[in-house]
Write a protein that binds this ligand. Structure first.
Ligand SMILES: *Cc1c(COP(=O)(O)O)cnc(C)c1O
Length: 353
């Protein structure tokens, strides 16, 4: 695929690496690709980062036909730039596309575009410990039309954002409020697709939890409000009597690439692991019986996030005395070790670009 580049005439000043935060700074360029029924996906190009001009009737603004992905480029301890399982993000993008009636994309082309953009912006990849360049591919339905149907045209975009360490002061356990009113997704809905529409449903509960002093929300299933689904925008894990349990991919759970990597690592270590439905009652009961040894969430942003406490209907349970669990720490060290080239990568998960 030939990708012409229009270079910016106004390169931005780079932000201070010690105060990057998340998703606040953007690099000098972005990748664009259009879709039309006659031409398919066409006109790949890299252009200066900047605002989009959109007709107010642009379909995505009204009916949320939108997909996104999230992954990172890591500047390794050896100075090399690595991507982590990027092909999995591209495959998931196509699975989301299928659910939202967006035409399939060529997976090699998307990867190529991503690599080319990151390579063009390598001086934006921060080098302080645990900083990364966050990669946000996304696409929007662009027909200017107020009827409800799949759009005929789309715009696919990749933007890049240098982000700070998720735990600037070291990994620390979080407090979770189990949400028993709002739900995130229902089987048959969009839960397994990475789309903004899922997030719109979560904002209210998240806001409520924040105001009550919790870090995040633990989501229960939409039908019975009984089974654990996800933790915030991450996948949920519990270590109960030595066995690691995570909810199965039932359609309403986002199939995290970090989740998949955690499961593969645990199996590689011959650790007992089960993908099975887990009720909030089981979690509370096993915590009371001191059989709930650890809980953590997994996702690209934090990698592994240990859970220190869970609050469900006015009862708060402490997990591992509110301390980081040994398994959460080992998983975090192993995954980040592979991502930053500090540890060997026996699985071939990383690509040096
Ligand atoms: C992206 C996401 C995750 C985590 O997926 P990763 O591929 O591990 O980053 C989990 N849940 C939701 C709702 C998500 O959007």
């Amino acid at each position: 695929m030939h990708i012409p580049v229009t270079y910016t005439k106004h390169p931005k000043e780079h932000p201070d690496e010690s105060h990057l935060g998340f998703g606040q700074h953007f690099t000098d360029h972005m990748f664009l690709l259009n879709y039309s029924p006659a031409q398919g996906w066409h006109n790949p190009r890299i252009v200066p980062y900047g605002p989009l001009e959109l007709d107010p009737a642009t379909m995505t603004l009204h009916y949320a036909q939108e997909i996104f992905e999230g992954l990172k480029a890591y500047r390794g301890v050896d100075g090399k730039i690595r991507l982590f399982r990027a092909i999995e993000n591209v495959r998931r993008l196509n699975r989301s596309n299928e659910r939202l009636c967006v035409p399939r994309m060529n997976e090699d082309d998307v990867l190529e575009a991503l690599v080319k953009l990151v390579n063009l912006e390598t001086d934006w990849i921060p080098s302080n410990p645990d900083t990364t360049l966050y990669i946000r591919p996304f696409l929007i339905a662009t027909d200017p039309f107020l009827g409800v149907r799949p759009s005929d045209t789309y715009l696919f975009i990749i933007i890049l954002s240098p982000v700070g360490a998720y735990y600037p002061n070291g990994m620390s356990p979080t407090s979770m409020l189990v949400e028993d009113e709002d739900v995130r997704a229902v089987r048959g809905g969009l839960g397994f697709a990475k789309t903004g529409a899922n997030y719109a449903a979560t904002i209210r509960a998240q806001d409520k939890a924040k105001h009550k002093g919790f870090t995040q929300v633990l989501w229960l299933d939409a039908l019975e409000q009984k089974y654990v689904e996800e933790i915030g925008t991450s996948n949920a894990f519990f270590k109960i009597s030595g066995t690691v349990v995570t909810p199965p991919l039932n359609g309403s759970i986002l199939p995290g690439i970090t989740r998949m990597s955690v499961l593969e690592l645990l199996r590689y270590w011959h650790a007992p692991v089960e993908e099975r439905p887990v009720t909030i009652t089981e979690i509370i009961d096993t915590a009371r019986q001191r059989r709930l040894e650890e809980s953590f969430a997994s996702g690209t942003a934090a990698v592994i996030s240990p859970i220190g406490s869970l609050t469900y209907k006015d009862e708060t349970i402490q997990i591992n005395q509110g301390e980081i669990g040994a398994l959460a720490q080992k998983l975090y060290d192993t995954l980040t070790g592979i991502q930053y080239g500090k540890l060997p990568d026996p699985f071939g998960w990383t690509t040096i670009i």
